[in-house]
Design a protein around this ligand. Structure first.
Ligand code: SF4
Length: 152
């Protein structure tokens, strides 16, 4: 497994702003069985995985989102409901960034301004996830149709 990026003290301070803004994306490496039946069973069993399609018609898997803030369906007042090793790759690879203090000078006085977290960057960006899922697009399209027809 990759090097652990988690830093609970930084995340506790900003209370998971990134998780509240959106959910995170899975990598194909997060699943042991990438067949239609294997993924379908895992999605049905876990209940929090969503099959998504971009405007450009690319498919990927991510954690389900709520319709309103806080958006990720797995964020709680105690942080992520998943253990670190069970989170999607994007979440595991997120590097928490400490608050940054910048100074602005007004007349002769330097005033400190704290720029809070929210600039955390994942070492597994969304574009990379889309690339990784590309070879499974036929399977994901089938899953997308299967779950959308059931919910229609
Ligand atoms: S699954 Fe966990 S780590 Fe990922 S966005 Fe949701 S709360 Fe955050």
């Amino acid at each position: 497994m990759e090097k652990q990026c988690e830093n609970r003290s930084i995340c506790a301070k900003c209370k998971g702003l990134c998780c509240k803004s959106s959910s995170c994306t899975f990598s194909p490496l997060d699943f042991s069985d990438l067949t239609f039946e294997g993924l379908k069973a895992e999605i049905q069993q876990k209940g929090y995985i969503d099959v998504r399609k971009t405007k450009e018609g690319k498919f990927y898997l991510c954690v389900k989102e709520r319709k309103r803030w806080p958006y990720c369906s797995l964020i709680s007042k105690n942080g992520c409901m998943l253990k670190y090793e069970n989170r999607p790759r994007e979440g595991r690879m997120l590097i928490p960034v400490k608050d940054v203090i910048v100074f602005i000078q007004i007349w002769k006085v330097k005033i400190p301004i704290i720029i809070q977290n929210g600039k955390c960057i994942s070492k597994y960006p969304f574009e990379k996830a889309l690339q990784d899922w590309a070879e499974y697009s036929l399977t994901l399209e089938k899953l997308y149709n299967f779950f959308n027809e059931r919910s229609a």
